[in-house]
Structure formats: structure tokens, C-alpha cells
Design a protein around this ligand. Structure first.
Ligand code: MLZ
Length: 462
């Protein structure tokens, strides 16, 4: 947990100023609060905001204009400063101290200009009238919408089925402990408690994550589920003391219906798949088993243990499975089975050698969705290998619906491919709004173009 300590010093505003003021707009993140309202938020908007340049003891406000917008963070300039940026302040549009024009009047709050403006503008009342004519402001119901979008149907004591982090091919029963910003801290029902009651095994994911399911899901689709060890007693933990309540399908994201015509995936078919334990790698892979409802189990060629315990469940509509040749046609390095060489590998030869078929291209959900992300944009992203952590990140590449995310300050080995609609990526400022802890970059970017170090990471399940 070492890097948590550096949090105190991190400020998105000055970080963005140093790195080029580019962040993915809130409208890119469908699951994020205010996404649907974001068309109404733009540079030039005027708001009422806390006046931090006053000697008065009580809270007073002043009018300001949005001069930059990066995620939820807006750079505001108080009225009166005109072209002078020396008093600009970064503010989170999603937090409570930014209001529509008129809010102070309705709520009997005082509008007081910052001292520096007061000095050089004599008649600021008529100055302000001039500035406000024709100006746009936040919608009046902005904060109500905000609160609505943070509501969540999950709470402590709700039971779910979620991937077992110690064996990714199966699910396991777990209970919600905490909910922050739609993200769940889940405790495995037989995860065990340490000597002082501490949880020994937990898992974090968003309520819309493809890794979490209603109780009964595994049995219904034919996915394997760990039998709960009844000898482990979790009763002394608050999450287990409540009357436990099973989650139901309505609480989960509806998946797109998959094409179930004459052809579907078949056992043995080859494809390219994001490695669930090395999310920066797209590998040569095989369909190992068909489940119901459009789910398939996939194994990575050449590295399978052989007992199926390293297979991974993907829905047919998942971004993480791709047709053969996808990497080549998009200039992504394909991770080959051991013994193969990038200089000589071809899919045609490999299919022939292994006597297998490529899964038909039309079965994959590779439609371009026009997502709005671009390389260089900053965001807050879950490190899916340690899904408790929401980190400062940058979009490195965009390929179809896939985004290659880089965690600022970390080696490129930590980069991860995610779907543009992943519920585990958030606009800049999301942590501040939801109260989730943000992991800042651990340091400056590691030097580029050097040998990849192979000491730093990985191959640990989540
Ligand atoms: N314990 C891990 C943390 C890695 C987190 C990286 N997040 C981008 C390590 O230090 O290797």
C-alpha cells in the first residue's frame, strides 16, 4: 500500500497544466455521474462559486467563467480578472460548491467580489450586468441529477457471485462490504478473517463489471463455482452480521444479445484474446467450452496448465476476444505460444498445424462505437490487476473499441487493454466526487525506449 502515502501531494489541476491540459471528456463515460448532462457543460459557462480571495470570516461567493474543462475539473476565472489568469482556480464541477447563476439570490448567500477585483472595478454592479447578459450557466437541477446518478441498489450484506481471484476459471460467493461511487468491495464468504478480525481475501469491482453476477448465475450458465467452505466463519464481520440478501438479475448490466443463428463459437476454434492475468497482452487463444447465454470459456494457447483452472469466461459480446488477424491488421504485437516466433508466425500456418478453425469474424463485437477517446487523454482508471486501486492514467492507443491505458509513472508492462465502455474507467475528478482514494503517479515517467525490465511485475492473479 506504499504509494497511498504520496496522495496528499497530488493535485489534478497542476498535473494537467504540466502535461498539456488534455483529459477525456465526461461524456465518454456512460456509467459516470452527469454523463448525460455533460452537453450542457462547456467553456464559457458562468457559475457561482466560493470566493477564496476574501478576508471575510463567513462563506461568500462570486461569479466565475469556465476557461478550461478537463474531465470534471474546470479552471475558473472570477469575473473582473478579464485576461489576468493569476487568480484562476481549479474546481470540481461535480462537487457542491459550484452553482448556477442565481443560486446565491435564492439561497440568501452573499456575492462578494475578490479583493483584487474590488479595488480596480469601481461600479462592479453594472460591470457584472454587462458580463452576464446572454451568458449561460449550469442547469438548475444539476446537483439533484448528480445525487440521483450516485444512487446504487447495492449495499452492505448483498450477496453476489464474483470471479475467484485465486482461481480465475470459477466464481465464488461474496458479500458486499462497502459501496463507493458504484464500486463494490466484496468479501468472499469463506475468505476467512485474521486474528484481529481483518479480512483475508477481498475483491473490488464496479456494479457493472462483467466479473460480477447475481446469485444463481453460475449454475444457470454452467460456469464452475467454488463450493463455500462451511468451516470458515465470517460472522464477526459487520458485512455478514446483517440478514444477507441475494442480488437479483435486475441489479446488473444487461448484456447485448448475441447472434445465435446457425453458427456460434465452437470448442477448439481459435481467436485472439486479452490475457486475463496480463491485460497488456493479446494472445493466441482457443475456445475451450461453451456455456449458456452466450458465454464461452477461453484458454491461452501453449501456456495452459491442462486442468482448465486457468480458462477464463468471456461473453461473446466482450471486447476482450478478437478474430484471428485482428492484431496484425491493427499493428498490435500478438503474444504467441512459447516456441513460436513473430518473424515466422502466420495464422494460416498455425491453423493448419493445429488442425483448427478460426472463429468466424462476424461473431465478434468489434464494431467501432465512435467513443471520443484519443491518445494522450488523462483519466482515472482501475488497475484491474489490483482492482482496489483507481489510478492516474493516460490513453496510449485507441484501436476500434479497445483502449490501451498507461498508468502514469509506471513501466509500460503495467499497461492494460480495456473496453471504451468499461465501467472501471472514470473522468478526471471522479475520485474527488465519490470520495474514492486516487493513486497518483509514483514518480516521473520511466525513461522511454529502454530495455523492458522484467523484474517489476506480475503473473499474480489480480
Ligand atoms: N504492489 C504492486 C502495485 C502495483 C500497482 C500499479 N498500479 C498501476 C507493485 O508495486 O508492483
Amino acid at each position: 500500500f506504499g504509494q497511498d502515502a504520496t496522495l496528499a501531494g497530488f493535485d489534478w489541476g497542476s498535473y494537467l497544466e504540466k502535461s498539456g491540459l488534455l483529459a477525456a471528456p465526461v461524456s465518454c463515460f456512460r456509467h459516470a455521474p452527469l454523463c448525460a448532462q455533460w452537453d450542457d457543460i462547456y467553456v464559457g459557462l458562468k457559475v457561482e462559486v466560493l470566493n477564496t480571495h476574501t478576508a471575510l470570516p463567513s462563506k461568500v461567493y462570486w461569479i466565475a467563467t469556465v476557461v478550461q474543462l478537463t474531465g470534471y475539473k474546470a479552471l475558473l476565472r472570477y469575473e473582473g480578472f478579464e485576461d489576468d489568469d493569476s487568480h484562476d482556480l481549479w474546481c470540481n464541477i461535480g462537487t457542491a460548491d459550484v452553482h448556477p447563476i442565481g443560486w446565491c439570490a435564492v439561497n440568501s448567500k452573499l456575492l462578494v467580489p475578490p479583493q483584487a477585483v474590488h479595488r480596480h472595478i469601481k461600479d462592479w454592479k453594472s460591470y457584472l450586468m454587462g458580463r452576464l447578459v446572454g451568458a449561460h450557466t449550469l442547469p438548475v437541477d444539476f446537483h439533484v441529477k448528480m445525487a440521483d446518478s450516485l444512487r446504487c441498489t447495492f449495499r452492505q450484506g448483498v450477496r453476489v457471485e464474483v470471479v475467484d481471484r485465486s482461481q480465475v476459471s470459477r466464481t465464488r460467493l461474496a458479500v458486499v462490504d462497502t459501496v463507493i461511487g458504484g464500486r463494490l468491495r466484496l468479501l468472499y464468504e469463506d475468505g476467512g478473517l485474521g486474528p484481529s478480525g481483518e479480512v483475508l481475501s477481498d475483491f473490488w469491482c464496479h456494479t457493472q463489471s462483467p466479473l460480477v453476477h447475481p446469485v444463481g448465475w453460475s449454475e444457470r450458465v454452467g460456469h464452475s463455482i467454488k463450493e463455500t467452505d462451511v468451516n470458515v466463519n465470517m460472522g464477526s464481520h459487520p458485512a455478514f452480521r446483517k440478514v444477507l440478501q441475494n442480488s437479483v438479475p435486475d441489479q446488473f448490466k444487461k448484456l447485448r444479445t448475441v447472434y445465435l443463428g446457425n453458427t456460434f463459437f465452437e470448442e477448439g476454434m481459435k481467436l485472439e484474446a486479452v490475457d486475463p492475468l496480463n491485460l497488456g497482452n493479446i494472445c493466441v487463444a482457443s475456445v475451450r467450452k461453451l456455456l449458456l447465454d452466450g458465454y464461452i470459456m477461453v484458454g491461452i494457447d501453449g501456456v495452459e496448465i491442462g486442468d482448465g483452472s486457468d480458462w477464463f469466461c468471456y461473453h461473446a459480446s466482450s471486447h476482450a476476444i478478437l478474430p484471428v488477424g485482428y492484431c496484425e491488421s491493427n499493428d498490435i504485437p500478438l503474444t504467441l505460444p512459447p516456441g513460436y516466433d513473430n518473424a515466422t508466425f502466420t495464422w494460416a500456418k498455425y491453423l493448419q498445424e493445429t488442425g483448427s478453425l478460426a472463429a468466424p469474424r462476424r461473431l465478434f463485437n468489434t464494431d467501432d462505437v465512435g467513443h471520443g477517446f484519443n491518445p494522450g487523454m488523462k483519466l482515472e482508471a482501475v488497475d484491474l490487476m489490483e482492482p482496489r486501486l483507481v489510478c492516474v492514467a493516460t490513453v496510449r492507443r485507441c484501436v476500434g473499441r479497445l483502449l490501451l491505458l498507461h498508468f502514469d509513472g509506471w513501466e509500460p508492462e503495467f499497461d492494460q487493454w480495456v473496453d471504451c465502455q468499461s465501467p472501471e474507467i472514470y473522468p478526471v475528478g471522479w475520485c474527488e466526487i465519490t470520495g474514492y482514494q486516487l493513486q497518483p503517479p509514483i514518480g516521473p515517467e520511466p525513461p522511454q525506449g529502454q530495455e523492458r525490465s522484467n523484474t517489476s511485475k506480475k503473473a499474480k492473479p489480480f
